[in-house]
Design a protein around this ligand. Structure first.
Ligand SMILES: *Cc1c(COP(=O)(O)O)cnc(C)c1O
Length: 378
C-alpha cells in the first residue's frame, strides 16, 4: 500500500499524457508554450477567478504574491505556526518579518482569535508595520476565510491564501484559490493536483496584481522581454508540466469525491482512540492528507504498530515553524494549541486509488494497535 499512490493514477491516464507530451516535443516551445496559457485559462475557470499566473513551484508562488503586494523590510506578515516550511520561508526572503499565530484545535488552521491578539500585540509594541496575513488550507481543509477576511479588512491587511494542499476544496461551493487578495497553489507531485515535477500558480481577481505577477515571474519584464521594469525572478512553469497538468486537471473532481468517501469510511470505522479530522459545515476538504490525533505519549506506538502491519503513516509536521532553527527568535503570540497538536497528530494513507481491501487493512491494523494499547495500559 502506498501513502500517496502516483503510479495508479498515471496508469489510468497514461496514453493521454503520452500524447500530450509528444505534442510538446513536436512543437518544441518548451518555455511559455501554448499549453502554459491553455492551463492558466482552465485553472482560472475551475477556481472561479479572473486571473491565473503559473510559476515554477508553490514556494515561488508565495514569494511572488508577497512581491506583487509590495511586502518588504519593516513589514510584518502574520502566519500559522503549523505548516510546511515554505509558508514562512518566503517572508524573510522578501525582507519582511514573520509573526506566528496559533491554530484552531479542531481544524489545525490559523485561529482568527489568535490572529487578532497578534495584530494587537504588534501594534501596541510597535514591532513593525502589520501588512499581510498568509493563511494555509492545512491538509486540504480551507481556512476560516469569512472570519479572516473580516479581520484583514478591519486592520487593512492583505490576505494571502496558501492553497498548496487545497486545490479542489471549497467553502459553500467557492473554490480554494479564490480567497483573499491573492492565492497560491503547488503542483508538487503529491499535492491534490500534482505534475511530474515542480510547478505552482497564483490566482487573483485583481488585474493589477495579475500583471505584476506576470512581470515578476519573468525577471520583472515589461511589454518586451528585454525590457526590465523591476527586479523579479526566473519562475516559469515548464510547457511539459503544463501539458501534463492539462490531462490531470479533469481528474481532480472525481479523485476528491473518492477521497471524501474514503475519509468518511475512516471516520466511521477507525477506533475511538483516534480523533478524525473535523467536519466543518459547508467546508469541502481536498483531502491532501488524512490526519488524526492520538494521545501524545502513544504516537510512536501508533506509528510503529501501523508500519509493522504494512500501513504507511507519516507525521506532518513534527516541528512548529517558530521552532525551526532557521526561524528561531521570530515574533509570535502564545502557541499552546499548535504546540499540543504538533506532538499528537499523524497521517494515514489517503489517495483516490486505495482499494477497498487496503482501506480495510488500515482500519483493521488501527484496531489491532488500539487493542494492544488497551492491554498495555490495563
Ligand atoms: C507544498 C507546500 C508549499 C510549497 O510548494 P512547492 O511547490 O513544494 O514549493 C507551500 N505551502 C504548503 C502549505 C505546502 O504544503
Amino acid at each position: 500500500m502506498e501513502f500517496i499512490d502516483l503510479k495508479a493514477q498515471l496508469a489510468a491516464i497514461r496514453p493521454a499524457i503520452d500524447a500530450r507530451i509528444a505534442r510538446v516535443l513536436d512543437h518544441g516551445q518548451f518555455i511559455m508554450g501554448p499549453e502554459v496559457y491553455e492551463l492558466e485559462e482552465k485553472l482560472a475557470d475551475y477556481v472561479g477567478v479572473k486571473h491565473c499566473i503559473s510559476c515554477a513551484n508553490g514556494t515561488d508562488a508565495l514569494q511572488l504574491a508577497l512581491m506583487a503586494l509590495g511586502v518588504g523590510p519593516g513589514d510584518i506578515v502574520f502566519t500559522t505556526a503549523f505548516s510546511f516550511f515554505s509558508t514562512a520561508e518566503v517572508i524573510p526572503l522578501v525582507g519582511a518579518t514573520p509573526f506566528f499565530v496559533d491554530i484552531d484545535p479542531m481544524t489545525y488552521n490559523l485561529c482568527p482569535r489568535s490572529l487578532e491578539q497578534a495584530i494587537h500585540k504588534a501594534k501596541q509594541q510597535g514591532l513593525g508595520r502589520p501588512k499581510a496575513v498568509i493563511a494555509v488550507d492545512l491538509f486540504g481543509l480551507p481556512a476560516d476565510y469569512p472570519a479572516l477576511q473580516r479581520l484583514c479588512d478591519e486592520h487593512h491587511l492583505f490576505l494571502i491564501e496558501d492553497g498548496a494542499q487545497s486545490f479542489g476544496a471549497s467553502i459553500k461551493g467557492q473554490k480554494c484559490g479564490s480567497f483573499g487578495h491573492i492565492a497560491t497553489t503547488s503542483f508538487f507531485p503529491a499535492k491534490p493536483l500534482g505534475g511530474f515535477g515542480d510547478g505552482g500558480a497564483l490566482f487573483t481577481h485583481d488585474e493589477g496584481l495579475a500583471e505584476l505577477c506576470q512581470s515578476l515571474r519573468i525577471h520583472g519584464k515589461g511589454a518586451d522581454k528585454y525590457e526590465n521594469l523591476r527586479v523579479g525572478m526566473n519562475s516559469r512553469l515548464d510547457t511539459l508540466q503544463a501539458a501534463i497538468l492539462l490531462e490531470k486537471l479533469p481528474l481532480v473532481e472525481q479523485e476528491a469525491q473518492r477521497k471524501a468517501d474514503i475519509a468518511s469510511y475512516y471516520h466511521q470505522h477507525l477506533p475511538g482512540h483516534l480523533t478524525p479530522p473535523a467536519a466543518v459545515a459547508g467546508y469541502q476538504s481536498a483531502w491532501a492528507l488524512y490526519t488524526v490525533r492520538c494521545e501524545p505519549q502513544t504516537r510512536q506506538m501508533w506509528l510503529d504498530g501501523l508500519r509493522a502491519r504494512q500501513v504507511p503513516c507519516m507525521v506532518y509536521y513534527p516541528t512548529l515553524l517558530p521552532q525551526q532553527q532557521a526561524l528561531r527568535d521570530t515574533l509570535r503570540v502564545a502557541l499552546p494549541v499548535a504546540t499540543a497538536e504538533c506532538a499528537r497528530v499523524f497521517s494515514l494513507p489517503m489517495h483516490a486509488y486505495l482499494s477497498a481491501s487496503e482501506i480495510q487493512q488500515v482500519v483493521g491494523a488501527a484496531h489491532e494497535v488500539a487493542m494492544g494499547l488497551d492491554q498495555g495500559e490495563a
